[in-house]
Design a protein. Structure first.
Length: 608
């Protein structure tokens, strides 16, 4: 549509000039011009389109007035990446940036070529693998379908654990691939260990600074909008845990069991910590006093010697090793640093080319006491040694309660880890702390770890299938408690397994009551030591293949919780077999079916 003198405030000469200019502008140029004119009006200045202004005029802004946009994608197994993504979103929104925040599984890959600023926050799962909700996007980006991204700016924050061989591998892969596709890095990738808060905060600031140099808009309005909701959040978090009282601590296993599984009830009263079924509780444990005392003796240290923590605070050595520093996990970076303090050449040999497998095996099966004893490190100054150690990371446990049923409480189900290796007893740091030293009345530093990737369906009538052997049953107890309180009508099916029916049927009376009351529709159990041939949950699934496939066809959501290394793989293989057997699919079709289920949040896993 052309401008006319009669339908505009312009004279004939101005109309002719505008009618020649406007049709030739691109969409980006029109947007720029719109923002430019709005900025001039705001400043009360009159500036020519050439940029030449009268001497008394305010100079035109060098950057567009249209707000910058940013897309933040996160791939998260336990929720850490999701939480950091939300922090970045708030920080950029407060700067006036228009933010799109999304899980990688919810992001449409075809929109990638439209993104101007892309910020990826992703953890690495298992042995260098992307987390479940990042798999589809990861595969797209590394496929031939990925678009060229010459106009995209990006940065990557990678979360990982240096005790694993492929530390932060997924983040490294994303960083490399985006560069290959032509995207321009605006802030260097940061690789975070389990103690990620400080390096992650540095990356957030670097990204905010990079965006602040070019962003427009009114940051003050965004700040006001977000501040209105901030008051509802708890002051307690991963970096500021709540010291919660233990209310109850019971052994769920019967007499004669080979296992010890603790049911621990913890008070959240006064914390304002909120959670939903499917979330986890983070617990900061203490190291075993027996191990701490053995380490001090082996290294020839004085327990009362003063050392410093990462913040420069002074602590007695024994207290620091008991409550602050990690002493049960070895990493390659730690051994490299310790080798510089050690007089022995044997430790340096472990780091030489050709010794990779020997080093990997040693790291996997030893702790700090082994390192001191095996390599003659007695006499290395305590202050020098402990300055190389990581902080004790929190342990995350699936919550086994619903706030609807137990307000101001959170329950966890934890199996105590004890075993003998390399000539001495070993203890799980947090599990044995809970089993032996978390009596009622004791306090535990805790925080809530939200897990958006493991949630009940929005529609309460949707059928659900729960597969959780051993302590993997924990979140499904929470699901059933929540369903009972809310009166949800959807069908439910539980697969549970452990060693023996008589001693290891965790929460048996509760499952039976839920079956009787109709809260739980079906339950199949597998007790591997009660029969000559070991039977596990995946075998029960295959026995019920026809019914299970019918539930899938009805739209059921499948949940898997427990051991990732074997159980989760075996369950996945059983689902593939069922789809082939009952659905007439081939291997590729069955894999695609499960991938779509995962994309649609109908196949959710909380595995470790």
């Amino acid at each position: 549509m052309e401008l006319q003198v009669t339908n505009s405030p312009f004279n004939q000469e101005q109309v002719e000039l505008l009618n020649r200019l406007l049709p030739s502008l691109t969409e980006a140029q029109r947007s720029w011009l719109s923002g430019y004119m709005a900025a001039l009006q705001f400043q009360g200045a009159v500036v020519g389109l050439t940029g030449a202004a009268p001497a008394a005029s305010v100079q035109a802004p060098s950057a567009p007035a249209v707000p910058q946009e940013a897309t933040i994608l996160f791939g998260s197994q336990t929720g850490n990446s999701s939480g950091l993504a939300k922090k970045l979103s708030k920080k950029l929104t407060d700067q006036g940036v228009q933010v799109t925040l999304s899980s990688m599984s919810d992001f449409k890959p075809n929109n990638l070529k439209k993104v101007q600023n892309l910020f990826i926050i992703v953890s690495t799962h298992g042995e260098g693998e992307p987390p479940d909700n990042a798999v589809s996007f990861y595969e797209f980006l590394h496929s031939k379908r990925a678009p060229q991204l010459e106009g995209t700016r990006f940065s990557v924050l990678a979360l990982g654990d240096t005790s694993y061989e492929f530390f932060c591998q997924t983040g490294k892969d994303f960083d490399k691939r985006l560069e290959e596709l032509g995207a321009r890095r605006v802030a260097d990738r940061v690789d975070c260990d389990v103690d990620f808060e400080q390096p992650a905060a540095g990356w957030l600031e670097a990204v905010a600074k990079a965006m602040g140099e070019t962003s427009g808009g009114t940051a003050a309005a965004a700040t006001t909008a977000t501040a209105a909701t901030a008051g509802a959040e708890s002051e307690y978090s991963r970096s500021n845990p709540f010291h919660a009282e233990v209310l109850e601590n019971l052994n769920l296993n019967g007499r004669g069991s080979e296992k010890e599984t603790r049911h621990v009830e913890i008070s959240l009263e006064g914390s304002n910590l909120q959670y939903e079924p499917g979330d986890s509780i983070g617990i900061y444990p203490e190291n075993d006093p027996r191990l701490v005392d053995e380490l001090i003796a082996a290294a020839g240290w004085n327990a009362d010697e003063t050392v410093s923590d990462k913040n420069g605070e002074s602590l007695k050595l024994r207290d620091a090793l008991l409550r602050y520093y990690e002493i049960t996990v070895l990493t390659k970076p730690l051994i490299e640093q310790v080798s510089k303090l050690a007089a022995t050449s044997d430790l340096r040999k472990l780091l030489e080319p050709g010794s990779e497998q020997e080093l990997k095996a040693y790291i996997k099966s030893r702790d700090l006491l082994d390192l001191v004893q095996d390599y003659g490190l007695k006499g290395v100054p305590a202050g020098d040694f402990v300055s190389l150690l990581r902080k004790i990371p929190p342990r995350l446990y699936s919550i086994s309660s619903s706030p609807k049923a137990t307000p101001d409480e959170v329950h966890v189900t934890v199996r105590a880890v004890r075993y003998e290796a390399n000539g001495r007893e070993r203890y799980g740091v947090c599990s044995v702390h809970l089993a032996e030293r978390a009596e009622p009345g004791a306090q535990l530093p805790v925080f809530v770890q939200h897990n958006p990737n493991f949630k009940l369906p929005e529609n309460p009538e949707t059928p659900i299938i729960m597969i959780g052997p051993g302590t993997g049953a924990a979140p499904f107890r929470a699901f059933m408690m929540d369903k009972e309180e809310s009166g949800a009508e959807g069908k439910t099916w539980m697969f549970f397994g452990d060693q023996r029916f008589r001693t290891d049927f965790l929460y048996q009376t509760e499952w039976q009551r839920w079956l009787k009351d109709g809260v739980l529709t079906r339950m199949d159990v597998a007790f591997s030591r009660d029969t000559d041939q070991k039977v596990y949950v995946q075998h029960r699934m295959l026995e019920k293949a026809r019914d299970l496939y019918e539930w899938l066809q009805e739209g059921a959501v499948v949940y898997v919780c427990g051991d990732e290394s074997r159980m989760a793989h075996d369950v996945h293989a059983a689902l593939i077999t069922i789809l082939k057997q009952e659905g007439g699919m081939n291997d590729e079709q069955a894999a695609e079916y499960l991938a779509r289920m995962q994309q649609d949040k109908r196949y959710q896993r909380d595995v470790y």
